[in-house]
Design a protein around this ligand. Sequence first.
Ligand code: FES
Length: 405
Amino acid sequence: MSNENKKYTEQELNAMSNDELARLGTELDGVTVAYRKERFPVANDPAEKRAARGVMIWLIVGIIAAIAFLGIYIFWPWEFKNLGEEGHLFHTFYTPLLGLTSGISILALGFAVIQYVKKIVPEEISVQRRHDGPSEEVDRRTITALLNDSWQTSTLGRRKALQGLLGGAGILAGLVVVAPLGGMVKNPWKPGELGIMGNGTLWTSGWTLHNEGVKLYLARDTSAIAESHTGEAGTHFVTAGVSRLVRVRPEDIDAGGMETVYPLTEEDVNDGENYDPTRDVYENHMHSIHGPRNSVMLIRLRSEDAEKAVEREGQEDFHYGDYYAYSKICTHIGCPTSLYEAQTNRILCPCHQSQFDALQYGKPIFGPAARALPQLPIDVDEEGYLIAKGNFIEALGPAFWERKS
Ligand code: FES
């Protein structure tokens, strides 16, 4: 007889045992248990112990790997060490070890759960008819009973050691995922010391040093790399005399050309008549190149196009003749707007296809970007090198709450 349409009173439900409620639940849900078989019908079966041991081994592996991960994350020397510096080898192992231990801990937990389900939980094939609408009280009660039943038949309730290991491995695997987020907790608005990469806040860059009276050249990246050198102390890399950034003169760029430039302070210049093969400015140059808001597109318009250029109010003297310098950081979400199309004088961002007009102060004319590319005021010094005449007058990159322009 089907119980599908029968309404159960509170008293009737209370009078039923867990088994009866579980059976009723399957019936009401239109579930038919087509096949069910205990894995270990005989008590104290040695195969059962072997299966449980297999699961426990995986859980223990997971726990050890998770503890190793947390230990490495907290105590391993993580700070960057250059090639040849003491501790370089230790530093290079930091990230791989984090990946290895976190991977093992999560994988081991996964293997343990799979083994448990495949080797210990009873085999069962059930078929259910689909029905619509919200569940009734009787359904809610019976599903609880079914879950209780699953807990009992899974035998997890009486396996205290396995319970503890499973809980421990689950918590530690969760920590493996959550703990690294701790490294990101910092105040993004707290200014640090102003340097060639800005002061850590979004509205500064290396070009902000101009406000402190520092002369800044527009310098291009030579891509020069450290040289391997063999001496009495063995083979090592030397960066002395390697100029990654060199100053740019107007004649270095053809009409219709574009060059990416970075800020170079006067004291870090090591090129031209100032070149000294024993000076080591490599690291400072790399900091400028890696400054997140430092890169600037220096564009030389063709003269006939430059005549048509429209200046933005307040920025009329930001260009030097046909030379215009725009921030390379897209005002949409910060990709490098690396493509300059000389025929149309359009600057293109490859990320989401925003286009900016180089003839109209970097104004967006297509795509999702809503702000013009900030323009750097430039000039040429007495030696004929391009320099920054001032800092950017607005924040660089995409929108953020505190941005005023
Ligand atoms: S970041 Fe440039 S268009 Fe989206």
